[in-house]
Ligand binder design. Sequence first.
Ligand code: SF4
Length: 414
Amino acid sequence: MAKPMHDTPMLDQLESGPWPSFVTGLKRLANDNDMMVDLMGQLETSYETRKGYWKGGTVGVIGYGGGVIPRFTELKDENDKALYPEAAEFHTLRIMPPPGMHYDTNTIRKFCDIWEEHGSGLIAFHGQSGDIMFQGCTTDKVQPAFDELNEMGFDMGGAGPAVRTGMSCVGAARCEQSCFDEGRTMRTLVNNALDDLHRPALPYKMKYKVSGCPNDCMNSIQRADFATIGTWRDDMKVDQVEVKNYVETRGRKYIIDNVITRCPTQALSLNDDDTLDVDNKNCVRCMHCINVMTKALSPGDDKGVSILIGGKRTLKIGDLMGTVIVPFHKLETDEDFEWLEELATEVLDFFAENALEHERTGEMIERIGLTNFLEGIGIEIDPNMIERPRMNPYVRTDDWDEEAAKWNERQAAQ
Ligand code: SF4
């Protein structure tokens, strides 16, 4: 039997809206869990005073320098005794999820059992960092909880100035638009940077995200320092019979209004006989038409990846989208994956040595210039590298002819 609940009039209000409330979940856990009872007491105090009362500290597991987010209460009485003693230590374990965040029920049940035994029972799938957040654990239970999760095959995620938890879409396992082996790619990238993931020693965070097609379900363009995104370089596949079926079912007006006119580069045209023409040279692989007419259209056969560097949310200079540094590369053979590993190492090393403290890759590139960055990691300039599609090629137009000539030579030599 848990200790009696604290009065929580402000938290109770959050249950009165039309949507399921996290407060209901906390109360359910608090039925037989003193830690959750006191957590709600502390939370209610925060709502009343509009202040947070958690401070950090140092808590970890053996062999790792990060991955645990320490939380110690600051709500103490005059004798320095915690006002909510059962929740005085409420640490979070960041655990790296599988690609696409897909689990079987057995795994989730085991997670729940482990966390009910060692922690508060409160698990967030998933935190903003992409991790499974096992929230609410005392310092002495952190190691045994992690050991059991580790035994299941799960590893600690990143925290602090380190390589962060890698993220990948579920890819070929469940998605027909997949353009490469996403699982292997994420594993390659993460394993290659394991030391920097578990022992924070970088200027700031470094995120790898892997999206199997240009839909970019992992939001890697906006969020990842190192984004690997699937694409294709031959022609999109068109099944004209399915196009005709589609036109028959939805009508020409629907197709014209919702597919043809919404192509950002006007690369589509619907013929009088209800077949579809694609101007592949002008298609920028935005995926819109493929997403709408899934049966009729699909990515081409010559698939590979684009690599973009420097995406991030706010901080010093506002949001940045990743910049294409490798427009296309195949990712199929062992050699291709070795190439990816080498490139990732170059980028990571350059970032470690050249970024200022608390500076993301995107900001570093803005500061030192993209050309210097490319030289630093040993990548040749390619006119296909773009910062903002069709708006602002970073290759200066006064050198354009020379660069284009060099590129043509390289193409001819391949
Ligand atoms: Fe146009 Fe996007 Fe379809 Fe390419 S993928 S043809 S850019 S709508």
